[in-house]
Design a binder for this molecule. Structure first.
Ligand code: CA
Length: 423
């Protein structure tokens, strides 16, 4: 039972009206409090809540949690417990912060040890990411890029409508929101050049994506079916898959993305559980031709999550440059995970599977500068009068995301990254 999702529940904490983190969210993350101690926690409104302190004071008694599960630097041990136990913890947290509940509400001494103002903590990487896979599951994005790279005739590769296309990325360069990146350098073949050149990328881009984080899967050699796939998905984050288009274009054939992609990907710090996103479940796009049987969804597997991208030049205010939605994804997360494991590939706790750039049907819903500026041919106007085709040094990209149903809003906060000049 998802009692934590009760939309009528109110918390005794004082929280902003429009917060991404009402008591119905209860995401999980890792933060450093003022005393430099790493805490595994959750968030309600603008409070970070230390779960190890909650556990230590007995507020989670009866849940059969390992003693040290919250005395870790990452969520991995917690995620390994599996979705039913994580769900029970989330339900218990909701109950404890319900304004009808006096247990912690009336104990101000304990509150001092458990609650931290969000501005006074530093968010850390929530999970140790063992493996990172990037899919390519937005049809609009695949078609747009296909047209630009290969022409209209070959926009969508013949396999694209039959399976979720993906590649194995690199987890070592996945970073947390707030960490700056340097413009990557690499080898490119400029238009009309006779031989390649080396230098800073001239076509640095973001990719608006979301990523899901898995629990432990099945032993090597076994597969996860579409119908059971969501039980192996712990939660989701916002994901900015930084890309250097000029490096990518020169290197990507025949084996696919490499140095144009693996220099950085940024994530939002709070992992929003799939349980919390349940109210936003929707049917995905119709799939024609019907996929092979192992890829057939057995119900609605899409999620209606509004996504925005903002660009801020150095010292200037930000301009919203994209407004997309996770529901545009052609292939669902369940289909992606089923496909990923259909050959017997195993997955582990903390694996990160990104959606691929999420572009919608309209020009203002494209999820990358490559598409928004149509390969540099249509500069975007910023609020301060400047123009952009790709990302310049000292620009900051911020992505936000939330589901909204009536007055219920479940959000992800943000993933924000500033680009510094090449080293
Ligand atoms: Ca990507």
């Amino acid at each position: 039972m998802l009692t934590a999702n009760n939309p009528d529940r109110k918390t005794w904490l004082s929280i902003p009206d429009s917060t991404d983190f009402p008591i119905q969210n209860i995401p999980f993350g890792v933060f450093m409090a003022e005393d430099d101690i790493v805490c595994i926690g959750t968030r309600i409104g603008d409070y970070a809540i230390d779960l190890s302190a909650l556990h230590q004071y007995g507020y989670l008694d009866g849940l059969e949690l390992p003693d040290d599960v919250f005395l870790q630097d990452t969520l991995n041990d917690f995620i390994t417990l599996g979705r039913p136990l994580c769900r029970a913890v989330r339900n218990r947290i909701a109950e404890l912060f319900d304004r009808e509940n006096q247990e912690l509400q009336s104990n101000t001494e304990h509150q001092k040890e458990i609650l931290f103002e969000i501005d006074h903590v530093q968010m850390l990487m929530p999970v140790f990411i063992q493996d990172y896979t990037d899919f390519y599951s937005s049809r609009e994005h695949a078609e747009n890029v296909g047209i630009m790279f290969r022409g209209k005739e070959n926009a969508l590769m013949p396999n694209w409508l039959h399976m979720p296309i993906g590649y194995h990325g690199r987890s070592s360069s996945i970073i947390i929101s707030g960490e700056d990146i340097h413009r990557p350098k690499g080898q490119t073949m400029p238009p009309d050049a006779q031989k390649p050149v080396f230098g800073p990328s001239k076509r640095l881009d973001f990719e608006l994506e979301m990523a899901f984080i898995t629990t432990d899967g099945k032993p090597l050699g076994e597969s996860i079916a579409v119908g059971e796939a969501e039980e192996y998905i712990f939660g989701m984050v916002l994901f900015n898959d930084w890309s250097a288009r000029d490096i990518q274009k020169w290197e990507y054939q025949p084996l696919g993305p490499f140095l144009g992609k693996n220099f950085a990907s940024s994530i939002s710090p709070w992992v929003v559980t799939l349980d919390a996103l349940e109210p936003f479940r929707v049917q995905g796009p119709e799939q024609e031709p019907t996929p092979l049987e192992y890829l057939q969804n057995d119900g609605p597997k899409g999620f209606d999550i509004n996504l925005q991208v903002y660009l801020a030049p150095e010292g200037g205010s930000e301009t919203r440059i994209s407004n997309s939605n996770f529901k545009y994804m052609y292939w669902s997360m369940a289909q992606q995970l089923a496909h990923h494991t259909v050959n017997g590939c195993n997955i582990n706790t903390g694996d990160m599977m990104a959606s691929g750039t999420i572009s919608g049907p309209t020009e203002d819903s494209y999820g990358s500068m490559l598409e928004l500026s149509w390969s540099g041919s249509k500069p975007l106007k910023l609020g301060n009068g400047e123009e952009r085709t790709f990302i310049q040094d000292h620009d900051t990209i911020r992505m936000t995301g939330y589901g909204q149903k009536g007055s219920l809003r479940i959000g992800f906060g943000e993933v924000l990254t500033k680009v510094l000049p090449a080293r």
